[in-house]
Design a protein around this ligand. Structure first.
Ligand SMILES: [Fe+2]
Length: 202
């Protein structure tokens, strides 16, 4: 007898790593530092003890390359997920600098469809991004576990590394663990709205 498992309504985290990230990240690090020099306070949102820029990276030429790469990945994700091909992807991005000890409280990104993060400077200890099980009803009666698996875990964390991009549904609750390394974790976070074009009928 064969028991077949089939995943319904999976919660997908998409991930890729740009092989040629080193040069790109070197330039991005300088750009983020310049941005910070001009706006030392930044904005205060979910970041605790970190610095966050305004969400205007999509308007800066020096971020054009990474913006383009991220949007391309999101376009590919949209195609594989079945988003309307003629829909427009509206992208907004901001920079984060989390010094040692800094973290981000759990949150969602309202009014968007895809969100994500790209790492410019990070070590495995500089704060994993963690996701919480969105299936609230499954918490009604959790079974005793020998081990948490992808099916039974209620939280799952993924480590940062330079050049790595994670993309996830904007409604999926997530946070960032404290930076336990001795150096700043630097990254770019973003939102994508998938908007039907007028006249497309969707
Ligand atoms: Fe977030």
């Amino acid at each position: 007898m064969e028991v077949v498992a089939r995943a319904l309504f999976p919660t997908v985290i998409w991930s890729t790593r740009f092989d040629d990230y080193q040069d790109l990240n070197h330039r991005l690090l300088e750009s983020v530092q310049r941005l910070r020099e001009h706006d030392a306070d930044g904005v205060h949102n979910t970041n605790v003890n970190g610095w966050q820029s305004r969400n205007t990276l999509q308007t800066h030429n020096e971020f054009a390359e990474i913006n383009g790469r991220i949007v391309n990945v999101c376009r590919e994700i949209g195609a594989s997920a079945g988003f309307a091909r003629e829909a427009e992807l509206r992208y907004q991005a901001w920079a984060n600098v989390n010094p040692p000890g800094a973290f981000n409280n759990p949150h969602i990104h309202p009014n968007c469809h895809l969100s994500g993060v790209y790492y410019i400077a990070a070590t495995p200890d500089s704060g994993s991004i963690y996701f919480r099980d969105p299936r609230a009803m499954s918490l009604m009666a959790p079974p005793p576990l020998a081990q948490a698996t992808e099916i039974t875990a209620t939280e799952s964390a993924m480590k940062p590394e330079p050049g790595r991009l994670y993309v996830f549904p904007a409604w999926l609750e997530h946070g960032v663990q404290p930076n336990r390394s001795g150096q700043d974790r630097v990254g770019i976070s973003f939102n994508v709205q998938v908007v039907a074009l007028p006249g497309s009928g969707r």
